[in-house]
Design a protein around this ligand. Structure first.
Ligand code: MTE
Length: 451
């Protein structure tokens, strides 16, 4: 089978030709609507699951766990800070942000409840990013349905190739350590550091988590489903309620992957940190796309379309691209790789004692390559010293580091951490502005008081 698959470059050339020739498909959504969405930064509502229709619908339809947020909800919202998220969100671990829960970096240092957190974030502390709400899916009824013109015999959405969870578990399994990071992670710093207000969830740096994922390679499943050399794009779609923005139903959360990436390192994960996936993180099966923006890692995957032409969805074209004066008039290419970032495991505005050595801890990461160097400044960015790396830098994961600092004089200080990856990508002073505030990579100012 693999002999039929042309090289990555050949696929990409074909995909680009088809895109330019206007052969892309965008089912269920008008170009006009997508353009309208561009201009809007409205709140996202969700249709009730019962109102969903169309080919993407799987019979293992979700029962919204806690009722989707917004006027169309109907069900009772979960008690707790974020309606639609199932797991408890204690304030010492999370900051609620709309339908999402941001992880608190300072909580990784431990506290009354236990010691410091290791390289991977425990499931109960892992951030949650939901466009609408977490569905509860019965794993016994769940099927992965694969269809499209890029498969032998071109099975349709109505008569797809199906895999149960047991089928997937019966295939050779594969494990990876990988980060999931929202493309908007760090967005709030466009306003607080660069005086540019951008719409969307105002994450600080906790829209990220690292876990050990186990599952089956998407490549393995696609080959068994009958992948052909005509395949161009592979589009997983989620089973969660469909987001509605300013009255426009965007359909299932879905985002096409070029087939070359789909065959490279993408996983259909059914375990997270050694346990079956939990509802909020995509149970029973989610996609994990190492190094790429989090939206690619579709949770609660129900269908995968394998198309012989480029596919078009709101999540790979008009959102999750960069628009602004520094980008081409039509916007950048769809976002793929994440940028370099660093965070201290310390509360903002923490109060530290004078005259005592502080063991500062932090983490740095990049979607492009392992982090090779981290420098820290404690004097507003004038002088920088190397931090000590505590992990063997690995592709697709973050590197923990420490930095000893003995502040003598009481008063306000600004801490900064700056990472460089093995490709030479480093954190700039200022991030290039883009209208949606994606990919904030500048050095973050971390204020503390020595008292
Ligand atoms: N998949 C579906 N079906 N629905 C979603 O809302 N959110 C995406 C992605 N996959 C999303 C999804 C985004 S934007 C991110 S950052 C990650 O899931 C978050 O994964 P997590 O909630 O497990 O941390």
């Amino acid at each position: 089978m693999s002999a039929q698959i042309p090289s990555e470059a050949a696929y990409d050339r074909l995909r680009r030709r088809q895109w330019l020739a206007g052969e892309a498909r965008a089912d269920g959504i008008e170009r006009r609507d997508l353009l309208r969405l561009l201009a809007s930064a409205g709140a996202v509502a969700a249709l009730p699951a019962g109102a969903l229709a169309g080919a993407q619908r799987a019979s293992a339809a979700p029962a919204p766990a806690a009722g989707p947020p917004g006027p169309a909800g109907g069900a009772t919202p979960a008690a707790g800070p974020v309606p639609g998220i199932v797991k408890p969100l204690p304030a010492e671990w999370f900051v609620p942000r709309g339908t999402n829960a941001e992880m608190r970096f300072d909580a990784l240092r431990g506290g009354a409840d236990g010691g410091p957190v290791g390289r991977h974030v425990p499931v109960e502390r892992f951030f949650v990013r939901n466009h609408t709400s977490t569905p509860l899916i019965d794993a016994a009824d769940w099927r992965l349905r694969i269809f499209g013109a890029g498969l032998r015999g071109a099975p349709t959405a109505g008569q797809p190739v199906e895999f149960s969870l047991d089928d997937l578990r019966g295939l050779p399994s594969h494990s990876i350590g990988a980060l999931i990071e929202c493309a908007g992670n760090g967005r709030s710093f466009y306003a607080s550091q660069q005086h540019r207000t951008v719409p969307g969830t105002q994450w600080t740096l906790g829209g990220i988590g690292s876990a050990r994922w186990r599952g089956v390679r998407l490549a393995e499943v696609l080959r068994r489903a009958g992948l052909t050399a005509d395949a161009v794009d592979v589009m997983p779609a989620g089973l969660d309620p469909e987001p509605v923005v300013n009255g426009v139903n965007l359909g299932r959360v879905r985002r096409p992957l070029p087939v070359a990436k789909a065959l490279d390192d993408v996983l259909l994960a059914y375990e997270m940190n050694g346990e079956p996936l939990t509802p909020d993180h995509g149970a029973p099966v989610r996609v994990v796309v190492p190094g790429w923006v989090g939206i690619a890692s579709v949770k609660w995957v129900g269908t995968v379309e394998v198309a012989d032409r480029p596919l078009y969805s709101p999540w790979n074209t008009d959102s999750y691209r960069l628009f602004g004066p520094d980008y081409p008039p039509g916007g950048s290419a769809p976002l793929t790789t994440q940028v370099v970032k660093s965070a201290f495991e310390l509360a903002r505005d923490a109060v530290l004692p004078a005259g005592r050595t502080q063991h500062l801890h932090g983490r740095s990461w990049s979607g492009a390559a392992p982090v090779r160097r981290v420098e820290v400044s404690v004097d507003g960015g004038r002088r920088w010293r190397r931090a000590e790396l505590r992990d063997e830098p690995r592709p697709g994961n973050w590197t923990r580091w420490t930095f000893d600092w003995r502040p003598e004089r009481p008063g306000p200080y600004e801490l900064r951490a700056r990472a460089t990856d093995r490709r030479g990508n480093t954190q700039p002073e200022v991030s290039l502005f883009n209208r949606e505030g994606y990919l904030f990579d500048a050095v973050v100012v971390h204020p503390v008081t020595v008292g």
